[in-house]
Design a protein around this ligand. Structure first.
Ligand code: UTP
Length: 477
């Protein structure tokens, strides 16, 4: 197509969509700046933007959620909480067989902006282990390598980035020699971006030639997996199970045979781990059943009386908290990500730097813009045979979200030390602990030595010379 016409047509389409302001500074732009603006503008799905604005910006009355008949979603409890020990054993075996058959890939969503942590760089490069300060990506790489070693089969790792951190992420892996993994077994792909809008629904410019775009949420991973060709690659590799986790949680068992086994035995399209809520109003999603369908309801959407409701024995009724650990079947991702059953978008009000009508960049003090995100757990109601199993928070979940306080680098390092101390205790090595479970020394167990408690117990038992556990010890490091 004629380039000039192409430009005119594009501007015309934006004008017709009520978004002519995107080209407001066109006459002032250099050739390169125009090219940059056009490049971004061409990526924007104006129909989607229009739909989002109508639903989330113009529509001021929030649809009333009906919680009538809402029930807690059932889950498979640990044997010590009433589950069937034989079923857990069968699940472990099924998971181990699937891993050995090369049917499982690890999948990390790492496209977020990590604004709360305030770290300059991809979050996966943030140092997290207590002694050696390994970055998150290295922790996962070592766990994946160890799982592959145990399975006796390669395990491919898919990592979703966003355009904002893609190059820096790939560079970090290159510099670190892929953290010991084979380059051809690590696959990166960027997720989609959606333009941010102002309170009138007008697309914001973050510079005269730059449209303000933000990643489309972890739920965007489903369509990105398909659009990027990642699911096609999985088909080629014989992978039909996708073990999903988030980049900010170094405790996660990246490839838990038990969890994978339950997913397969349940013929499930989407399986999830729950952990019991730490306290009634904990800010997590709740696994629920609404009209017989599974769904995760965010704490902010669930009425307080439901969050706090108790059973006769005083335990919480809606106890199952979501920790963003899932197994997807590849065919389910292909179906949803391929467009059959789109995930809903959610609105988030954010401070978004923008260019004002005079062409000056403003950094707002209060939220001025709206970004749109999809949440991966919104896939749950569309999944056939969803399976939820009990998980143990101390072995699976301690994210790094904030610079300080709850879910911070410090709380996460302490949780790692508590977990390692527990593993040692299970192996018969008792360290003095304070009432919070901390031993008063900083040490770590390398994920390359053991990727979970069971692995640790086996390997520790086989060690001829057991190290003293003192300040700075790194077991297997
Ligand atoms: P969070 O919800 O914690 O968001 O992401 P965030 O962007 O990392 O951090 P804040 O809110 O700006 O502080 C949970 C997980 O989902 C991924 C993140 O990388 C993290 O692993 N994520 C989030 C994406 O991959 N893409 C997104 O668009 C959003």
């Amino acid at each position: 197509m004629n380039q000039t016409l192409d430009v005119m047509e594009l501007k015309q389409r934006f004008a017709e969509a009520g978004q002519a302001q995107v080209f407001r500074f066109w006459e002032e732009l250099s050739k390169e700046e125009r090219a940059r603006l056009l490049d971004r503008a061409r990526q924007i799905d104006l129909v989607e933007v229009d739909r989002l604005v109508k639903a989330h910006v113009n529509q001021t009355v929030k649809e009333q959620n009906s919680f009538e008949g809402l029930e807690p979603a059932p889950y498979i409890p640990f044997p010590q909480h009433g589950g069937d020990a034989a079923e857990w054993a069968r699940a472990r075996q099924a998971g181990e067989e699937a891993l050995s058959a090369g049917r499982v890939a690890a999948f990390t969503v790492a496209g977020g902006q990590g604004t709360r942590l305030g770290y300059d760089g991809p979050k996966g490069t943030y140092p997290v282990t207590p002694v050696t300060k390994k970055p998150l990506f290295q922790v996962f790489a070592e766990k994946i390598a160890r799982s592959a070693e145990r399975a006796g089969a390669p395990i491919h790792w898919f990592i979703m980035t966003s355009e904002i951190n893609h190059a820096a992420t790939v560079e970090a892996f290159e510099e670190a020699g892929y953290f010991g993994l084979k380059e051809e077994e690590v696959h990166f792909f960027p997720q989609g971006l959606v333009p941010a809008v102002d309170s009138e629904g007008k697309i914001l410019l973050s510079d005269k030639d730059l449209i303000a775009m933000t990643p489309d949420g972890h739920g965007g991973s489903l369509r990105a997996l398909v659009r990027s060709g990642a699911t096609a690659k999985m088909t080629e590799l014989g992978v039909d199970c996708i073990s999903y986790f988030q980049v900010d949680n170094p405790l996660v068992q990246c490839l838990d045979p038990l969890f994978i086994g339950f997913h397969l035995l349940g013929n499930s399209e989407l399986s999830s781990k729950m952990v019991p809520k730490a306290y009634p109003s904990e800010k997590v999603g709740h696994f629920c059943l609404r009209n017989g369908q599974h769904e995760v309801i965010e704490y902010s959407d669930l009425p307080v009386e439901k969050q706090e409701e108790t059973l006769e024995d005083g335990s919480l009724r809606f106890v199952a908290g979501s920790v963003a650990i899932h197994v997807f079947s590849r065919s389910f991702v292909e179906r949803l990500g391929g467009g059959d059953g789109e995930l809903p978008f959610h609105r988030a009000d954010k401070k978004i730097p923008f260019v004002n009508a005079d062409g000056e960049v403003e950094k707002p003090e209060t939220p001025n813009g709206i970004k749109f995100e999809m949440f991966v757990f919104d896939a749950l109601p569309m999944a056939k045979n969803p399976v939820i199993i009990e998980g143990d928070r101390t072995q699976d979940f301690s994210p790094v979200k904030n610079a300080e306080g709850i879910d911070s680098p410090q709380s996460c390092a302490e949780d790692q030390i508590r977990m390692f101390t527990g593993w040692l205790s299970d192996a018969g090595v008792e360290l003095d602990r304070d009432e919070s479970g901390l031993p008063g020394i900083t040490f770590e167990i390398s994920p390359a030595f053991a990727c979970d408690r069971a692995d640790f117990l086996t390997r520790w038992a086989k060690l001829d010379e057991k190290p003293d556990i003192v300040e700075g010890t790194v077991i297997g490091g």
